[in-house]
Design a protein around this ligand. Structure first.
Ligand SMILES: *Cc1c(COP(=O)(O)O)cnc(C)c1O
Length: 368
């Protein structure tokens, strides 16, 4: 039985026998082959979607939250707090509810997907919507938790990063090696930091013999790392990455540089195109933020970035080619954001209850 990421990777995590493990059995998410997309690169490429939307609260935040809430409980706290673009609050509220901690959440008013808001409220969090953006909310919770007795569970809490690095372990365990390229959306930049930490720790432990290139993607209207300056009024329909001053900015740049990767940006139009492509060609429904990294991948494919990129391995018979492996982290589930889904795909046709009404729109061939 899968017992969650803390039990699975206990030896790699800062827990002891005394840590009360609060888990919803998060992790163990599938690597789904994205064959239609891989074919666009060529016969020697494999693309996988790591579908983090299949975690218990439907985003990757659960990996970090099991650690952050377990450690908060161990330290004897009575309440946790976070600023959130939505998923952190959904996850914090769920894990807090499981162990009787109070949960206080500050979100940007009007810019949070409907499903995420419903989750935080259903799990009993106290939810405040500020007239401001995520960066304002983060500033507030940092100040409150510095002055009052409440544990901050944003990704500036190092235990969040510790939990989230298990995603990298799972990828390496499943593939038997790291991917060549790791594509990931970047908002507050905690997750790219966590994955890089996971890969480098597995490398140091001798579990893998090389490291992937880290390929992070921001939305054009919220791309502080790409532009090299804080974005005062970040804008993108991908609300999960609508962040103008990422907390883990420096760590994200370090991951990019040490891995020989890149952090790029894509337009909202590219994000919507990738969002629809995944849903219509790969059968995977994510929230728009995830599509930022797939949009980045699709752009690089169009630009011929992966031409001649098939890696060689040294074996007894000299160098042989092996397949190029790309993993995209799909950070959250599409059902969280029904508004964007309906906006991008339209509404059902309303018809009279007759067969003719259907056939008028879909010409079906009669049976012989
Ligand atoms: C939180 C979140 C992100 C951004 O992750 P960071 O660690 O803030 O960079 C991306 N996608 C989804 C769905 C998220 O919930």
């Amino acid at each position: 039985m899968w017992r969650g990421v803390i039990e699975q990777y206990r030896e790699h995590l800062p827990v002891t026998a005394d840590t009360p493990v609060v888990t919803l059995r998060e992790g163990n998410t599938p690597l789904i082959p994205a064959d239609t997309l891989a074919r666009e690169i060529g016969p020697d490429a494999e693309v996988y979607f790591k579908f983090e939307g299949l975690n218990p609260t439907a985003s990757f935040k659960d990996r970090g939250m099991t650690m952050a809430v377990s450690k908060a409980l161990e330290e004897g706290t009575s309440a946790v707090m976070c600023a959130s673009t939505g998923n952190t609050s959904a996850s914090a509220a769920a894990y807090a509810s499981r162990c009787g901690l109070d949960c206080l959440v500050i979100i940007p008013e009007g810019n949070i997907a409907l499903g995420k808001l419903a989750q935080a409220l259903m799990h009993g969090a106290k939810v405040f919507a500020v007239r401001g953006n995520f960066d304002d909310a983060l500033r507030m919770v940092r100040e409150i938790s510095a002055r009052y007795r409440i544990t901050l569970v944003n990704s500036v809490n190092p235990f969040r990063i510790e939990g989230q690095k298990t995603g990298a372990f799972e990828i390496c365990d499943a593939l038997g090696e790291p991917p060549d390229y790791h594509f990931i959306p970047v908002g507050n930049a905690g997750n790219i930091t966590a994955y890089w930490k996971g890969y480098t720790e597995y490398h140091a432990a001798g579990r893998i013999d090389r490291l992937p290139r880290m390929m992070g993607w921001q939305a054009e209207g919220a791309a502080p790392i790409v532009r090299g300056h804080v974005v005062e009024k970040p804008e993108t329909l991908a609300t999960a990455i609508r962040i103008g001053n990422p907390a883990s900015w420096k760590q994200a740049e370090a991951a990019r540089d040490a891995s020989g990767g890149m952090i790029g940006m894509v337009s909202d139009a590219d994000i919507i195109a990738a969002y629809q492509y995944m849903a219509r060609h790969e059968g995977v429904f994510t929230e728009p933020a995830c599509a930022a990294c797939v949009a980045g991948l699709m752009r690089l494919i169009r630009e011929g970035y992966f031409r001649n990129a098939v890696p060689a391995v040294s074996g007894p018979a000299g160098k042989t080619a092996r397949k190029l492996r790309i993993v995209c982290i799909l950070t959250g589930h599409g059902l969280k954001d029904p508004d964007n889904a309906l906006k991008s795909s339209g509404r059902p046709m309303v018809i009279d209850p007759t067969i003719e009404a259907v056939l008028e729109h879909v010409p079906l061939a009669p049976r012989a």
